[in-house]
Each structure stands twice: as C-alpha cells, then as structure tokens.
Design a binder for this molecule. Sequence first.
Ligand SMILES: N[C@@H](CCC(=O)N[C@@H](CS)C(=O)NCC(=O)O)C(=O)O
Length: 212
Amino acid sequence: MMTVTLYDFWRSSAAYRLRVAFGLLGIDYHSVVVDLPSEQNRAPAHLARNPQGLVPAVEIDGMMMTQSLAILEYLDETRGAGFLPSDAVGRARVRTLSYAIAMEIHPVCNVSVAKFAVAHSGGGITMESWMETFVGRGLAAYEALLDHPATGRFCHGDQVTMADICLIPQVYNARRWGVDISLHRRINAIMAELEEIPAVAAAHPDRHNSKG
Ligand SMILES: N[C@@H](CCC(=O)N[C@@H](CS)C(=O)NCC(=O)O)C(=O)O
C-alpha cells in the first residue's frame, strides 16, 4: 500500500477536514507540518506542492492533490467513502451545505485574509469582530439550511457526509474566536453526534499541535 502524505497544519480548517476523512476511512497517513505562522507555506518547497501556497496538499496514489473538497470527492469516488449520497438530489444538497462553509465562510475567515482586513481598518476591525460577523452570519445561514426534511442525525441523513466534514472545523473556529452559536440547535445536536466518533475526536487540532 502506497503511503499517503498529508501536508498539514494543526489549525488549518481545510487540513482538519482531511484528517477527519482519513480517520473515518481508516487511511493511515504520514503527516508533514507546514507551519503557517512562519510562512512555510510560501517557501519554494511548498509552492512546488501547491502553487497557491495553501494547506492542505496530499500525496496519494502517485499524485500531489490540493483543494480539500476535490480530495474529499476523490476519496469518495476511489474509496467508496459515502461522503456524498448516491442520489443526485442528495449530492446536490450535500454540496450546497459543504460549499456554504468551504466557499463562503472559510475564504473570508482565512486568518491571512482577516489579518489583512484588520491591518488596513485603522483600528475599526478586530480579529474577533471580523470572525463574529462572518462566521456568525455564515453559521446562522447554515442552521437555517439544516431546517430541512433531509437533515438527520447528521447534516444529511444518518451518515457522515462531506457537509459534516466541513462543519466540524467551522464549529472549532467559531469556538476559537468566541462566536456564540449556542442558539443553533441543529448544528449543536449534529456536533454532539459527530464528537462521539473516535475518528472525529482524533482529528481535533489540539491532538495535532506540534508545539502543544
Ligand atoms: N479551498 C482550499 C482552502 C485552503 C486554505 O485556505 N488553507 C489555509 C489554511 S485553512 C491556508 O493555507 N492559509 C495560508 C494563507 O492564507 O497564507 C481548500 O479547501 O483546500
């Protein structure tokens, strides 16, 4: 069996998605830390893996892959992961939920983006106010999207899908920045179910902080 290598950073939401996925699939991977605070992601060695200078990157099946959602879909197609439902309507819904986080909340709340906004705001914006605004607004919309007959124990039915894999790191970030999500009944119920799963617990950033 070929080794899978995850170019990882403990606090990266996108890398956290893949740690969850590998854990759920029982894929034993080798982790290589790309330290974001010291900008190792901008070093030539990492740019050769991912010209975008972002984590994660994954070496799998003889390829270097980037973009966590593309990798999740690849795992689904090649490993029968069940991260996407078998019906077209279900797949569309799981993608809708996943994109609501990965393409709307996450890019705006990338720490490098938020820091840029804070630095150019003349003191009007703090990291906390930025996160409160965009994570708060995004997860409120997510909670509303979950008000749907297809929501089950998890975001879509009773099986963990890509939507749950996107939700887990986003809730971690909400907690990290003190964003109040206590009234989001559906998100909190689903998170309680997810946190019971050993592979989900094992992927938590606190278990991967090399400085911790
Ligand atoms: N859409 C990408 C997002 C990747 C991404 O934004 N990674 C962040 C960490 S979560 C990063 O590497 N940030 C470094 C930077 O912005 O300089 C994915 O899902 O893989």
